[in-house]
Design a protein around this ligand. Structure first.
Ligand code: ADP
Ligand code: MG
Length: 332
């Protein structure tokens, strides 16, 4: 029944950042090359995600907000599911149950635009809408009908921090997608979508950090060595040991292209710096680790994006070696 559904939804959609994450995922799945995330009041008042992806027909729109509907096929326990709402085809339906959700979409391949509004789980009619190709999803008044959940929200600043982190992770993981984040009408960052990590880091973290970044390009087995090791490659950027922050949220790790948190990876990076980091300071890192899909366990804590590796020690060693080598090349 509707109440049970609302409570269940409140447990999976934790906060504005969880909504942003799902909408961003959908835009990227829709092959967008440009995505704009605009939030008001930390995302509590409103969230709007606009993309230039494949878009939806009127029939697609209707289906998109129904329960358990997805146009996507997935292999089950794969890394693609890390951190998503846990079920395929649940995000829009779930978000629609706890907010006022409006979707406007027009297929990129041609045809007219349409819009659909869902309020507290009740979908309205699909009506024509003059919108550009692609999709705009607006979420207003999140948790307006679940006061208990709404009470758990933190200040606008804290909620926006979470939103910022999510959008930053996706921007860094997708340098070929021009990603813009706005808060209360002000641009927070905008990546070019030029495809290179350097310009993406510059857009997201600014010039001081970007200019201190050191390229990591390692982890590949030596020519002739056994290629079936637990790590295929380790690449990305890490900062000079003097460019640090007090929080570890700037140490971003991605496994097979997905943002993950893994103590193993974080410690591996820190180890590579030896004693060069000041106490309680963390470097910036944007590190991509590629492993065979069956060498990583994604079911540790789906919503927190935690993963574990079959061979933690080997992964740790490979990551430390790759980062160490990069620092050594800079004489560090
Ligand atoms: P899932 O992403 O798991 O399929 P969602 O509830 O997030 O489930 O989305 C339901 C469906 O709506 C998707 O399968 C997709 O077909 C469609 N959809 C959602 N967002 C977009 C978008 N931004 N562009 C195009 N289609 C979308
Ligand atoms: Mg989705």
């Amino acid at each position: 029944d509707a109440t049970v559904r609302r409570i269940a939804a409140g447990e999976v959609v934790e906060r504005p950042a969880s909504v942003v994450k799902e909408l961003l995922e959908n835009s990227l799945d829709a092959d967008a090359s440009r995505v704009t995330v605009a939030v008001e009041g930390g995302g509590v008042e409103g969230i709007r995600v606009r993309d230039d992806g494949v878009g939806m027909t009127a029939a697609d729109l209707e289906r998109a907000v129904e329960e358990h509907t997805t146009s996507k096929i997935t292999g089950g326990d794969d890394l693609d599911q890390v951190g998503t709402l846990g079920f395929r085809g649940e995000a829009l339906h779930t978000i629609g149950a706890v907010s006022r959700l409006t979707i406007r979409s027009r297929p990129r391949s041609g045809g007219r635009g349409h819009e659909l509004t869902v309020e507290g789980g009740t979908a309205g009619e699909v009506t024509p809408s003059g919108c550009p190709p692609g999709t705009v999803v607006e979420v207003a008044d999140l948790f307006y009908n679940t006061p208990a959940r709404r009470k758990f929200l933190k200040t606008e600043t804290t909620e926006f921090d979470h939103v910022n982190r999510v959008v930053t992770q996706y921007a860094l993981a997708n340098p070929d997608v021009a990603t813009t984040l706005e808060h209360d009408g002000r641009e927070v960052f905008a990546t070019e979508g030029a495809g290179d990590l350097e310009s993406t880091v510059l857009a997201v973290y600014g010039r001081e950090v970007a200019s201190s970044m050191i390229e990591v390009d390692g982890g590949r087995p030596e020519p002739g060595a056994d290629p079936s090791g637990p790590v295929e490659s380790v690449s990305g950027l890490v900062s000079h040991p003097e460019t640090t922050r007090a929080g570890r949220e700037y140490l971003s790790t991605f496994v097979n292209g997905r943002y993950v948190t893994a103590g193993t990876l974080r410690e591996a990076v820190l180890d590579a710096y030896g004693g060069q980091l000041a106490t309680d300071r963390y470097p910036f890192a944007v590190l991509f680790v590629e492993v065979p899909p069956d060498a990583v366990d994604v079911n540790v804590h789906p919503r927190k994006m935690e993963v574990r590796f079959d061979d933690e020690a080997a992964v740790r060693e490979a990551v430390t070696a790759a980062v160490r080598e990069a620092l050594l090349e800079e004489g560090l």
